[in-house]
Ligand binder design. Structure first.
Ligand SMILES: [Fe+2]
Length: 314
């Protein structure tokens, strides 16, 4: 198995865009030729990746709520994500996959946000580290698909962006819970049917995720009825939590990579028997504050949570 690429059933781009409700011919194929904004150029992203470093098949990195945008006040969010990417590409061995649990865009899925994200993630692409996203309430399928047509073409459910990332010891299903114009999430009936049928055929432990929590995605019953499902992961809340959602299934809520809440990423090491997730926390401050805010107790709070773990039996 080639661990450098998510093994997915593909759907061609024209069919995908048509399913989204607009003409594929009307959408320029921008991959590799969009003009990079002045803001994105300031990111000065360079891969620094050595081709000699190999990937560890059980090592993954999880990100969420990257909220990339061009607002100067939130430039720190972009800088933090660039730092995350730089740390990921410097890992030795490298991770076999990076998973991103939604809200990639700053607010409403603007094309410019995804163009910046494309620049910021270029070192991952250059290093051959595959990444798989899911859509959050601040994303938009059409603009994401325009900037990342190669990702959109891998969606498994027409009209949505649903992916399965296969790794050596477990597969990760990334559902699409974007309900456009609403903060809350929803998983469509056709996705639920697809999920149920897919889980029936799974031969590996499977970790299902979406941007939104289970109380909104309403897939707990489906997940609990399949013994292959090891756990559920979501973003949206920006604060690390584990095992406090209404399900018997183990569950984890991701930090944000850099906007507000718990700021950091999650490292995962999988073996045949277990998946161990470790929180790498850089900072923690409430919504409405920014990186440079004076928040009493912030360092203690960060130190208290940094390194917390979540373990799944596979
Ligand atoms: Fe968010």
């Amino acid at each position: 198995m080639d661990l450098h690429r998510p093994s997915v059933h593909t759907m061609d781009r024209r069919r995908f865009l048509t399913a989204l409700g607009f003409s594929a011919a009307a959408v320029p194929f921008v991959s590799g030729r969009f003009s990079v904004s002045a803001f994105a150029e300031q990111t000065a992203v360079s891969s620094g990746a050595s081709p000699a470093v190999s990937a560890a098949s059980g090592r993954l990195v999880l990100l969420s709520d990257t909220h990339v945008g061009r607002f100067p006040r939130y430039r720190f969010t972009v800088d933090w994500l660039i730092e995350c990417v730089s740390e990921i590409t410097a890992m030795d061995p490298r991770p076999a996959h990076v998973l991103i649990y939604g809200d990639l865009s700053f607010n409403v899925g603007e094309l410019g946000d995804y163009r910046m994200l494309r620049e910021i993630f270029k070192p991952l692409d250059d290093a051959g580290i595959p990444w798989t996203p899911c859509m959050g309430n601040h994303d938009r399928r059409e603009t994401f698909s325009e900037i990342f047509p190669e990702k959109a073409a891998q969606s498994l459910v027409p009209g949505h962006l649903v992916f399965k990332a296969e790794t050596e010891y477990a597969d990760f299903i990334m559902l699409d819970s974007l309900n456009v114009g609403k903060v809350g999430g929803k998983v469509s009936d056709d996705q639920k049917d697809w999920l149920n049928e897919t889980l029936k055929k799974q031969t590996k432990p499977t970790i299902v995720g979406a941007h939104h929590p289970l109380r909104e995605t309403q897939v707990a019953k489906i997940l609990e009825s399949h013994s292959c499902v090891a756990g559920y992961i979501n973003g949206h809340w920006h604060y690390w939590h584990t095992n406090d959602q209404p399900t018997k299934l183990p569950n984890m809520v991701m930090p944000s990579s850099g906007l507000w809440g718990d700021i950091g990423m999650v490292h995962a090491e999988l073996t045949q028997d277990s998946a161990n997730f470790t929180l790498a926390l850089r900072d923690s401050f409430p919504q409405g504050k920014v990186r440079s805010s004076n928040v009493p107790g912030r360092e203690e709070q960060t130190a208290k949570k940094n390194g917390l773990q979540w373990r799944l039996d596979l």
